[in-house]
Design a protein around this ligand. Structure first.
Ligand code: NAI
Length: 345
C-alpha cells in the first residue's frame, strides 16, 4: 500500500477511532488540494485496530511507522481504569518519542485572549506516566492503598530541555520557562529543574531562562499568558498545561501536537476521540490539520505549511466559516471544503 517515488514521502496515516476517521478524512482531502508530498500507508489502531485485527496496536501499524518514520495520527480511545494500556503511550515508548511539542497560537480574534503564541515542550517518556503502579490490600479491601512511582532521569531531563532551547534558537524565540514542582517533589522534579538549569547555561546570552512552580504557572497562564514564550516541563504537568494552553486559543479543537524522537515523528491533535460527538460530522478538524502543518515543516516543506496556515486563517477570519466548538455552524465537511477553496484560490 505504501508508495515512495522521487517526489513523494512515505508516511503512515492512522485515522484512529471516535471522531478520528471524520477529521482524518477531512485533513487528507485538504492536504491533497495543497499537493502535500505524502504517500499514505493507512493503518488501524486503538478501537479500530481491535475491530480490524483484535489488537489496539497491531504489528502492521508498528511495522509501518518503523519503516516510514513519519505518521499522522487521529485520536485513539483509552479505556479508563481497566482495559488495555494507552496505545499513545505505547507508541511513544516503541519509537522513543521523547519530545512532545505543543504550540498554540490565536487564530480566531474576539476570544478571551488575543495574540497568544506559546510553545509547550513536554517530556514524553518519564515522570509519573511510566505508571509503575500497584495496590496494597488492607483487611478485606484488596485496593485499599494505591501506590505510584515516577521516574525522571538526568539524561532525559537534559535531552528534553536541550530540545526546548534548540527549538527556541531555530524558531527565533526569546525565552524558555522550566516548569516543575521542586518545592514538594524534591527528587522527582528537583532533578528536572537542576538538569534544566545546567543546560540553560549553554544558551546564556542567546535565550533567556526562568522557572515556575507548576501551580503558579497555571495561574499566571490565566492572568498574563503573554509573559510565556517556550515552556518546558515534565510529562504529567505538560499534559495538563497543554490543555490549559488550548483553552487560551479557543479549545481543544485548535491545538496540534508533535511527538518527536530519534526513530520516528508522530503528529497528532492534542484532543482525544471525543466519543460524545463521534459520527455526527461536526468535529473540528483544525487541530489535526495544524498537526499536519507541523509535519510539513518537519519534512522541510515550510512553504506548504505557511500556505496551509494562511488558508486556515482566511477561512476562520475573512470567510467566518467555523465548526460549532469555535462559534460557527459548519459541519466537518463544509469546513474542510471552505479551507480547500482558500488553498486553491
Ligand atoms: P476529548 O479531547 O476526546 O474530548 C473533550 C471534549 O472536547 C469533548 O466534549 C469533545 O466533544 C470536545 N472535542 C475534542 N476534540 C474536538 C474536536 N476536534 N472538535 C470538537 N470538539 C472536540 O477528551 P476525553 O473525552 O477526555 O477523551 C476521550 C478519549 O480520547 C479517551 O479514551 C482518552 O483516553 C482519549 N484521548 C486520546 C488522545 C490521543 O489519541 N492523543 C488524547 C486525549 C485523550
Amino acid at each position: 500500500m505504501s508508495t515512495q517515488s522521487n517526489d513523494r514521502i512515505a508516511a503512515t496515516l492512522i485515522p484512529g477511532d471516535g471522531i478520528g476517521p471524520e477529521i482524518s478524512n477531512a485533513v487528507v482531502k485538504i492536504l491533497d488540494a495543497l499537493e502535500a508530498p505524502f504517500a499514505w500507508d493507512v493503518q488501524q489502531g486503538g478501537m479500530a485496530g481491535i475491530e480490524s485485527s483484535g489488537d489496539p496496536l497491531p504489528a502492521a501499524l508498528l511495522e509501518s511507522v518503523g519503516r516510514t518514520k513519519l505518521a499522522l495520527k487521529g485520536p485513539l480511545t483509552t479505556p479508563v481504569g481497566g482495559g488495555f494500556r494507552s496505545v499513545n503511550v505505547r507508541l511513544r515508548e516503541a519509537f522513543g518519542l521523547y519530545a512532545n511539542l505543543r504550540p498554540v497560537r490565536t487564530m480566531i480574534p474576539g476570544g478571551r485572549y488575543e495574540d497568544i503564541d506559546i510553545v509547550l515542550v513536554r517530556e514524553n517518556l518519564e515522570g509519573l506516566y511510566v505508571a509503575f503502579e500497584h495496590f496494597i490490600a488492607v483487611g478485606d479491601d484488596p485496593r485499599a492503598v494505591a501506590i505510584s512511582q515516577g521516574i525522571n532521569t538526568r539524561e532525559e531531563a537534559r535531552r528534553i530541555v536541550r530540545f526546548a532551547f534548540e527549538y527556541a534558537v531555530q524558531h527565533g524565540r526569546k525565552k524558555v520557562t522550566i516548569v516543575h514542582k521542586a518545592n514538594v517533589l524534591k527528587a522527582l522534579t528537583g532533578l528536572f529543574l537542576e538538569a534544566g538549569r545546567e543546560i540553560a547555561k549553554e544558551y546564556e546570552g542567546r535565550i533567556a531562562v526562568d522557572d515556575r512552580i507548576v501551580d503558579a504557572c497555571a495561574m499566571q497562564l490565566v492572568l498574563n499568558p503573554w509573559q510565556f514564550d517556550v515552556i518546558v516541563t515534565t510529562n504529567l504537568f505538560g499534559d495538563i498545561l497543554s490543555d490549559q494552553l488550548a483553552g487560551l486559543v479557543g479549545g481543544l479543537g485548535m491545538a496540534p501536537g508533535a511527538n518527536i524522537g530519534e526513530k520516528a515523528a508522530i503528529f497528532e491533535a492534542v484532543h482525544g476521540s471525543a466519543p460524545d460527538i463521534a459520527g455526527q460530522g461536526i468535529a473540528n478538524p483544525l487541530a489535526l490539520l495544524l498537526a499536519a502543518a507541523l509535519m510539513l515543516e518537519h519534512v522541510q516543506r515550510s512553504d506548504l505549511a505557511g500556505r496551509l496556515r494562511s488558508a486556515i486563517l482566511q477561512t476562520v477570519q475573512a470567510d467566518s466559516v467555523r465548526t460549532r466548538d469555535i462559534g460557527g455552524s459548519a459541519s466537518t465537511q463544509e469546513f474542510a471544503d471552505a479551507i480547500i477553496r482558500r488553498v486553491l484560490a
